[in-house]
Design a protein around this ligand. Structure first.
Ligand code: XIL
Length: 379
């Protein structure tokens, strides 16, 4: 009896000390497994709402600019670069010891039309486009050389059916524009990691096309460290199985995985892609939670977060970073996409900048998960 009591007391003491050792923020709990990042807007970088800024510096280990490094904002005209915002972002990251990644060098959206046309408005030749791409990439990557950990070199080059998106880059240069972009980025900063980034990577056909592209890039001698899966998700899609299958395929192709823009919309959606030009008409049925989310739905959302986060942890041998696309339900882009003016709840922090209870569960999962040895991505 005595021995039993003593062992019970000892067990309690050990459990309590393990709990006090357990980390209290996602950044700390995921340390050694992957970076835990957040996309930030300029108000947050500028400290307009100090509470938000403090959350970013306390809860995360990485940041990415939600808009400031995209082609249009940073290079609005051929002879004009605007560095102010992106410079502040990088300085903010350095000051707060947050890893900074660059999003994104080439994309069909948020890019000046000047890139593709001559003075008469006609499409430029392949040679002129290549030279403009080289100028853009080497100037931007060169400007932040040694300070940005890695770049989304090309964003969204595929359609969901696995064919190449018929972007201006593709029309003028064919699929080789991707190879050139990776070459120019590597020349500008040989130490920077280089990524390909897209949405609906869990779609099997699209995933296969991306894997094929990765193989071609490697065969051509290009550096590619990881594929970024944007992971703009919904309550039912993509399934956990489809997500895991995509991880397996990418891992087999010898690239690492980044979850680059994670959010889980709680609202019904007329569209499951993330092409930012999509825009659907507002209706009340599509905006059911203006007064709050019913508990039963909230529980389902929480489960979805934990199932997916558990999967990211399971693959921490190849998942290098998990970044959420925005900080709070107030600032998420999903309040206006793909329908304007709705009230969505896709983030880990609520409209009062409070951490949602599910975050404690995520921290527990991360604390209980073993750090795996990172697999090489030079396969
Ligand atoms: C979004 C931003 O969140 C919005 O503020 C902006 O108006 C449009 O772009 N895929 C991407 C991101 O790669 O850059 C997009 O970000 C969301 C979809």
């Amino acid at each position: 009896m005595k021995i039993k009591t003593i062992s019970a007391i000892m067990a309690i003491v050990i459990l309590t000390s393990i709990q006090t050792m357990a980390q209290k923020t996602l950044a700390k709990a995921t340390k050694g497994k992957f970076l835990f990042g957040v996309a930030v807007n300029m108000q947050q970088v500028n400290g307009v709402n100090p509470v938000e800024t403090e959350l970013i510096t306390k809860e995360f280990s990485a940041i990415v600019g939600e808009n400031c490094m995209k082609p249009q904002p940073i290079h609005p005209k051929e002879d004009q670069y605007k560095w102010d915002d992106a410079d502040k972002l990088v300085a903010f990251g350095e000051k707060n010891k947050l890893a900074v990644t660059g999003h994104c060098l080439l994309w069909h959206s948020q890019i000046g039309r000047w890139m593709f046309v001559d003075a008469d408005g006609k499409d430029v030749s392949p040679e002129v486009l290549k030279e403009r791409m080289r100028q853009h990439i080497s100037t931007v990557v060169g400007h932040y050389k040694g300070r940005v950990r890695g770049w989304d070199v090309v964003n969204e080059a595929f359609e969901d059916n696995g064919s190449y998106r018929n972007s201006k880059f593709y029309q003028i240069l064919g699929k080789d524009f991707i190879k050139y972009a990776f070459q120019y980025a590597h020349e500008a900063d040989p130490n920077a990691e280089l990524y390909y980034n897209d949405y609906n990577v869990e779609n099997p056909t699209k995933c296969d096309a991306i894997v094929e592209m990765v193989k071609e890039l490697k065969a051509a001698g290009c550096r590619i460290d990881a594929v970024g899966s944007q992971a703009h998700m919904h309550m039912k899609t993509p399934t956990l199985e489809a997500t895991e299958t995509s991880f397996k395929k990418l891992k087999d192709a010898g690239v690492h995985i980044l979850i680059t823009e994670w959010d889980i919309s709680i609202l019904p959606s007329p569209y499951e892609g993330a092409n930012i030009s999509a825009n659907f008409k507002y209706s009340k049925e599509m905006d059911p939670y203006r007064e709050g989310v019913p508990d039963s739905i909230q529980q389902k959302w929480n489960k979805r977060v934990l199932d997916l986060f558990g999967l990211f942890l399971k693959y921490n041998d190849v998942v290098d970073r998990v970044t959420i696309w925005g900080l709070t339900d107030n600032t998420t882009w999903l309040n206006n996409f793909p329908v304007r003016g709705r009230k969505d709840y896709p983030m880990l922090f609520d409209r009062n900048n409070k951490r949602k209870p599910v975050v404690d569960e995520m921290i527990k999962l991360a604390n209980n998960c073993k750090t795996k040895k990172k697999l090489s991505n030079n396969k």
